[in-house]
Design a protein around this ligand. Structure first.
Ligand code: DNO
Length: 398
């Protein structure tokens, strides 16, 4: 498996030398400064590629784009979409022309990953990302005041949400808004409460079936161009994989994935197996999903979550939590071995340690939430150990 690392570009305080020291050889990055829907030009892509490869001694390559974001109009299925598809197709071709041929993207309306706490304490002083069902209920019902929101939360969770809200200061409430927005990776599309209400209103008529149809419409319009350019598209699951703020989610279960791949059979349409996102879904069996969709897995995000009965969850250690990571890694190594035996040249699956706890020297450093250096270095080292051991014991291709 190709060991990769998410790098936020030249301004990332975690440098390419740090990435090399952590042991990764592939870089996962994006042109975060290009607004969603605008073309990624060959010049801008080539410049980023040169930055990744600037020091040949590091031996790094740009292996995956994460993400090439999709305009909300495509998710809404509204307006003239053909120009948006054409721009997306051209960005794909431009990436291919620069030798970057795996693209991760997601189809989450309005929000990307959603948490309510960015620094939940761990024993010994580290911190982790966390989703508290009661705080999210307080946000939805009492701060956003979304019509009908009460019905989406259990009375027990709502009662705790009200109690939290009653004692929260204005600063606590602002922190909660900022935390819920923190998942949006670029500098764009961050909403305040009125902005969020406006966006939600635009999605009011879009149910699950409509969103799924819009996703398939997108795929049918871009996958053939990706296939022709030799590019693999890897859809990222919804995080968490459940409807939020009344917004439907369509990439959260084996059933969803089946519908996506049955609806667009192009081999260019594949999956980012994100064990943390899917793992937050009650009933998702990750090793089974990895086996069922093995041939479509073009990228993997490996991390773990510990779920709680009320819908809350905590980001766990990479090998801890609810998902059997050894079984997932085994399924990925088996798939690699199958591809290699079949003579495929791109048989190796890129993966990255997804998120990490803030540990030791991470604390107080200006990094992106979920992306500290030591926590990820630890996760990568643990995963590398599992890969090495499983491959050796079972005779599988690494
Ligand atoms: C969170 C990430 C997501 C992911 C996008 C992919 O840390 O896994 O932000 O990059 O959803 O499109």
């Amino acid at each position: 498996m190709e060991q990769t690392w998410r790098w936020w570009g030249p301004a990332d305080p975690i440098t390419l030398s740090h990435v090399r020291q952590a042991g990764a050889s592939g870089i996962v990055t994006a042109l975060h400064d290009v607004p969603t829907g605008e073309l990624w030009t060959v010049e801008a892509i080539a410049e980023r590629r040169r930055a990744v490869e600037a020091d040949p001694a590091l031996g790094l390559r740009w292996s995956v784009v994460e993400s090439l974001p999709i305009p909300e109009a495509i998710k809404l299925g509204q307006g003239p979409l053909e120009p948006l598809f054409a721009t997306y197709r051209q960005s794909i071709r431009n990436l291919a022309a620069c030798g970057v041929n795996t693209i991760c993207y997601n189809f989450m309306p309005v929000l990307d990953w959603t948490r309510t706490e960015l620094r939940a304490p761990l024993p010994g002083g580290g911190t982790a990302l966390r989703f508290n069902a009661h705080q999210f209920a307080a946000f939805d019902c009492l701060m956003l005041e979304r019509c009908g929101a009460e019905a989406d939360h259990s009375p027990e969770v709502l009662a705790r949400g009200r109690a939290w809200f009653a004692q929260a200061t204005e600063a606590d409430k602002q922190t909660l808004v900022d935390t819920i927005m923190a998942g949006l990776p670029g500098a764009f599309d961050r909403y305040d409460i009125p902005g969020l209400r406006t966006m939600l209103a635009r999605f009011a008529g879009i149910d699950r079936a409509a969103l799924r149809a819009n996703l398939l419409h997108f795929l049918r319009n871009v996958a053939p161009a990706a296939e022709e350019a030799g590019v693999r598209l890897a859809i990222h699951p919804d995080d968490p994989p459940r409807p939020l703020l009344g917004l439907p989610r369509v990439v959260g279960s084996a059933e969803d994935l089946y519908a996506i791949f049955a609806g667009c059979e192009s081999p260019a349409s594949g999956l980012t197996l994100c064990t943390g996102s899917l793992g937050a879904g009650v009933g998702n069996d990750l090793p089974a999903i990895a086996r069922q969709f093995a041939s479509r897995i073009y990228f993997a995000h490996l991390r773990n979550v510990a779920k709680e009965p009320d819908g809350s969850f905590m980001e766990a250690e990479h090998l801890g939590g609810d998902t059997d990571m050894v079984a997932v890694v085994t399924a990925l190594l088996e798939e690699q071995t199958r591809r290699k035996r079949a003579g495929e040249d791109r048989w190796r699956i890129p993966f990255r340690p997804d998120h990490g706890h803030e540990l030791i020297y991470d604390q107080g450093r200006p990094t992106h939430p979920g992306y500290p250096v030591i926590g990820r270095l630890k996760g990568l080292a643990e995963l590398r150990g599992v890969i090495t051991a499983v491959a050796a014991l079972k005779g599988l291709a690494t």
